[in-house]
Ligand binder design. Structure first.
Ligand code: T46
Length: 136
């Protein structure tokens, strides 16, 4: 039996009024971890695919605050494509899911909230190493 991915998309409330929209995310509430780092990916060149890694410990929340992009997820047994096309969709990305981001719209701003400070040793960038670490 294929096991389901631990990463998932959650939809958060849009607090709108006649001035426009506002969306809020809070640590340990909407985002199920404490946030130590924020970065954003934008101006992505057409056709580019990024990511190509998993993590050992970093949990992340991905939000397209503008535009859209798609994410390929792989937990060694199951692969899934998810789309972030609204600022109220949040992908809770667990460390054990290999991920690749693609199909960035020209106006895409992908905001990422991370549970840990940047550490290059937390990345698994080699797919066979990923299978060794997380495979059955
Ligand atoms: C992830 C996906 C969703 C830093 O110096 N500090 C940082 O906090 C980050 C995130 C990156 N960098 C440096 C490392 C590279 O020289 O910025 C450069 C680009 O990073 P990278 O090639 O890892 O970018 P992506 O888009 O492949 O992956 C990023 C995150 O690194 C990663 O954690 O899960 O976005």
């Amino acid at each position: 039996m294929q096991s389901s991915l631990s990463s998932k998309i959650i939809e958060v409330n849009v607090l709108g009024d006649d001035r426009g929209q506002l969306t809020v995310v809070e640590e340990n509430k909407t985002i199920p971890f404490e946030m130590k780092r924020v970065f954003y990916i934008y101006g992505t060149v057409e056709g580019v695919r990024r990511g190509f890694h998993a993590h050992y410990k970093t949990r992340q929340a991905l939000i397209c605050v503008s535009g859209s992009c798609s994410i390929h997820l792989d937990n060694t047994e199951r692969k899934e494509e998810v789309q972030l096309d609204s600022p109220n969709k949040v992908l809770i990305l667990e460390p054990n899911d290999w991920h690749e981001m693609y199909d960035f719209s020209p106006d895409c701003v992908l905001l990422v909230l991370a549970s840990h400070l940047y550490d290059p040793d937390d990345y698994i960038r080699d797919y066979s190493k990923f299978l060794e670490v997380y495979g059955a």
